[in-house]
Design a protein around this ligand. Sequence first.
Ligand SMILES: [Zn+2]
Length: 578
Amino acid sequence: MRWSRYFIPTLREDPADADVVSHKLLLRAGLIRQLSAGIYSFLPLGQRVAIKVMQILREEMNAIGGQEFFLPALHPAEIWQESGRWYAIGDEMFRLKDRKGTDMVLGMTHEEVFTTIARNEIRSYKQLPQVWYQIQLKHRDEARPKSGLIRIRSFIMKDAYTFDVDRAGLDKSFLDQREAYKKIFMRCGLQFLIVEASSGAMGGTESNEFMARTPAGEDLIVSCENCGYAANLEKATSRLAEIKDEAGPDAPEEFPTPGVRTIEDLTTFPGGAEASRQIKSLVFFATIDGEPRPVLVLLRGDHQLHETKLGDSLRATAVRPAQPEEIRELLGASAGSLGGVGAKTKSRDLRIVADSALKNRRNMTTGANKDDHHLRGVDIARDIPVDDWFELRTVEAGEGCPHCETGVLEIFKGMEIGHIFKLGTKYSESMGATVLTQDGKEVPIVMGSYGIGVERIMAAAVEQHHDDDGIIWPRSLAPFDVVVTITNMKQDELRTAGEKLYEELQRAGLEVLLDDRDERAGVKFKDADLIGIPFRITIGKKISDGVVELFDRSAKQSEDVKITEVVTQVQRLTSVQQ
Ligand SMILES: [Zn+2]
């Protein structure tokens, strides 16, 4: 490819609205342009990188028996109604009507379409397992698209689906995908970790996220260096130091607390209690089986609720904090004076759930469900009829690891680059995809689903591989293997040598960009550094001695090489594993 004819609109300055490194550099290097909020076009250089990513995805999916499909992006709402996701998913789903007024959906994932194919075509265990995948556009109406390619509304995804006759089959399929994902991210030159994650709106029983560690990430990852435990904050748990409570009175004692509204207020109130000796009481409405139900959530006073954990624990499709008037109706007091003691006598349908850190605590202080009054001496096991114990608190850095004795948890930012789910029978049951087993019994197909975002891989690669001068593409994703830079197009000797080398490198099977623009050498070097091609061969004055300069973008080092040997050397360098 000749740079003079190739469309690479590089920018000198950082675009004003770009907030993260990958966004700035992908724009500046001329890989992408924004069409609208969260909607981007790939320019030729960006498309070359995307194709490399997709090729790696195909190879690794095919290696585990994956069969490539291509499904429509536009779906009838009907299949989403069958699965229930039409109702469970909110405004993130693009919904539209066709000319006849039929509801339609732009797919965010393709469980429904693949399940439709499976239920129509697969009858017997003999046809299983199946591993199906596609590389397709997905649509998601993000509330706040941002960070360039990191949170977008229209994106390319490789999504795979497995179909097995039983759980054991699913376990194997899941493991195959997990291993393939590891290979994919290693080949893409990404540093990543695998974390336990919430399954959210996808449903299912178990899920792993693949996270690229980067400050541009939007997820918080909790990890233990000691044992390798890693989880998304929305799923993470911790081991807390045990608190020994002194025995309290035989029954809770009410005391007036005028003006006390918060946990903090009560820590300084005379006769109050430190935060870790208080019970925080929060009222939520959780949508379970389509019905909003009141839930009283109890946590240690110094702990913060994680709402995703609450929703997941309750298997709710949505949770929201109750309004002040709803709280008063349920418990007869305002938010600053609530508690679990006697709560069920005030409101019979109220479900009480508590965080595990409160287990066996006694002599605690909490609201009395009476404005400006609290109770002290509360023994949770004795005084509060807790319906369910869950892990609800937000884990904090420095807490103990839940998996090992000595590890201490750290928290850092990560970007989700892949997510794999054991779906189980959620879709096959709701949509009626069954098979006959060997014994002639009809059972729902056991499914898994597995997704990787192409743009996320590109963004993560740039976040993890760049410097002040620009992108440093991992060799596997680089738009070209090597750029040949002719420092002065007016000198015949340089131009002829450059052209000849360009031909030779291409014959050797390399992807070559020839910088034949009529520009100063300094401009050419800056652009080549910015777009991040792994190697640059500079044709300059030394050509009269048969010598060129070979520059390694990642090491930022150059060496003089004989022009007769440079092709073999670049071949050797580019064939070395990442
Ligand atoms: Zn640990």
